[in-house]
Design a binder for this molecule. Structure first.
Ligand code: VGL
Length: 200
């Protein structure tokens, strides 16, 4: 088994006070830092993603312009490349992150598989080059980027777990539906406490 942790979009704009702030986002940031303190050694690769949108266009209709966002397909302007809103939340310790993925430059991109690392490698290529077989997912938002990234990880043949204590969603109903869908798709929906159990 070669295991990766995917930390999805734990950015200022997706946490409390941000442009698209999700309730519980800051707690997710701190919780992931704690997970890394205790369990970093169990991961062969830690990957963190950031939404990294263009500031001078609507990113393929992703940003609501001249209309109210519907919070399903159109959103308030968020995570513009190089702005504080696009930075990782300060409570997320990124010092042990191996790979930083950016996605959404000029387009909507919910899945980490739509992004690339600093050298241009895709997530699919990185899974192969690192021989990854198992992926644990945490981050924001349960009902959008965590959902899309999990579905793609399953599609790429990974054994996938989603830690429900370390995700936060835009809305309760769609988050619940997303977790049910991910379970049906083949992901194991569990809590990060399984890492403590495995360590005993
Ligand atoms: C996200 C809404 C819009 C996410 C990104 O990170 O889940 N949600 N863009």
């Amino acid at each position: 088994m070669t295991r990766a942790l995917f930390i999805i979009d734990v950015q200022n704009d997706f946490t409390e006070g941000g442009a698209l702030g999700v309730e519980g986002g800051a707690a997710v940031a701190a919780g992931i830092t704690e997970l890394l303190e205790r369990h970093r050694g169990e991961y062969d690769l830690v990957v963190a993603s950031r939404d990294w949108h263009s500031g001078d266009d609507d990113n393929g209709g992703h940003f609501a312009v001249d209309a109210e966002p519907d919070f399903v397909e159109t959103w308030p302007e968020h995570c513009v490349a190089g702005t504080p809103g696009a930075e990782y939340h300060p409570d997320l310790d990124t010092s042990s992150v191996d790979v930083h993925i950016r996605k959404g430059q000029g387009v909507p991109a919910y899945s980490i598989f739509e992004g690339t690392d600093d050298s241009g490698a895709s997530m699919a290529e990185l899974l192969v080059s690192h021989g990854i077989t198992d992926v644990d997912l945490v981050g924001i938002a349960t009902d959008y980027c965590v959902r899309a990234s999990t579905l793609d990880a399953v599609e790429h043949g990974q054994h996938v777990r989603v830690f429900t204590d370390l995700v936060a969603g835009v809305a309760a109903e769609t988050s619940e539906a997303a977790l049910a869908e991910l379970g049906h798709a083949g992901a194991v929906i569990t809590e990060s406490t399984v890492l403590d159990e495995a360590a005993q």
